[in-house]
Design a binder for this molecule. Structure first.
Ligand code: ZN
Length: 335
């Protein structure tokens, strides 16, 4: 068993101008959640954006784990500026950003002190993100916030009339907002497992087999891993998932298999779907869609896994495609 990526995910609280007081939801989260850490800026009232970016850059460089940002107000612009300028190895540590009440630095009510936050960068953010906006925020209009979300490729959430979504909004610990953070954190965990499956595919290719890998996570931890062994076992049915399920049946209890989530580098074929179902797998996440594999490897016996699982008596949860570019990369030049 390896450590779950979830425990190794830090949450950086990024307050806006004037910092967030004790009644701000960011402060509630900081008090309640051990993985939360506030990034302290030297200047809170009249900051230069470049100084805030430098502080954040140092904090990410020092992170001992992957990071999720929780930004409010001007810190949303901070995240956008940081993402536009940070080194790729630092960006790779960030697994998501919750961007709440993204103050418009060019808006009529923006305070006079801060400098360098305008214009708001509009490049797509290189990590998953959610923008949360209110219908009566003095510092950013709803449509302006929506346009940021579109430019950044963020999910957009309109929470109705909630002012600037700050202490004055009286949200307490803001459970609805916290659920959005959990959504980002869970997505980050899912991606970490998918990356592990893609890494197994890479190892299979290095070993002379077809580039496919899979793993079963039980209770948030990797329980069993497998690779395709079609060439080395001289068995055309030795797909990563058939190998995985065979191992899981021997190593785990039926209850553990039912609780598990099967992560695979590619959408499973009809044979593997059948074996998974009869073994009790009820949740799968895949990276590369079968259609994409067919474009590289040729079309044969291609049935979307949702169509097959859809005929089953018991419901099977399917997520994917995910990290398609990374998943495609291990196939390039192979077929
Ligand atoms: Zn298969």
């Amino acid at each position: 068993m390896t450590d779950t990526p979830r425990t190794a995910l830090a949450t950086y609280i990024l307050p806006g101008i004037s910092n967030s007081g004790p009644e701000h939801w960011q402060s509630y989260w900081e008090r309640q959640v051990p993985q939360c850490q506030r990034i302290i800026q030297e200047e809170w009232e009249r900051p230069r954006c470049a100084d805030w970016v430098a502080t954040l850059d140092r904090a990410v460089a020092k992170a001992e784990s992957e990071v999720v940002f929780v930004a409010h107000s001007s810190a949303c612009a901070l995240v956008a500026h940081w993402a536009a300028s940070a080194a790729p190895d630092l960006i790779a540590r960030v697994r998501g950003a919750l961007l709440v009440g993204p103050s418009d630095p060019e808006g009529p009510n923006y305070p006079a002190g801060p400098s360098g936050f305008a214009p708001m960068p509009r490049r797509p953010l290189p990590f998953p993100s959610i923008v949360v906006a209110s219908q009566d925020d003095l510092y950013v209009g709803l449509e302006q916030a929506r346009s940021y979300a579109e430019a950044w490729r963020s999910r957009f959430v309109d929470i109705g009339a909630a002012g600037h979504i700050n202490s004055a909004s009286n949200l307490g610990a803001w459970p609805a907002g916290y659920a959005l953070l959990e959504e980002l954190r869970n997505g980050a965990v899912q991606e970490a497992f998918v990356r592990q499956a893609i890494e197994l595919a890479r190892q299979a290719r290095s070993a002379g087999n077809h580039p496919f890998g899979a793993l079963l996570a039980v209770d948030g931890k990797t329980a069993v891993t497998a690779q395709n062994t079609v060439a080395t076992d001289r068995d055309p049915t030795a797909h990563a998932e058939t190998n995985l399920v065979a191992l899981a049946i021997r190593q785990l209890s039926p209850e553990e298999i039912r609780r598990g989530v099967l992560y695979t580098s590619c959408e499973p074929c009809a044979m593997c779907v059948g074996k998974m179902y009869w073994a009790g797998i009820r949740s799968i996440v895949y990276a590369l869609p079968a259609e994409e594999l067919a474009a590289l490897a040729g079309r044969d016996f291609l049935i979307p896994c949702a169509e097959l699982f859809g005929r089953a008596e018991e419901h099977v949860t399917i997520a994917g495609p995910l990290l398609v570019n990374e998943a495609r990369e291990v196939h390039l030049g192979f077929w």
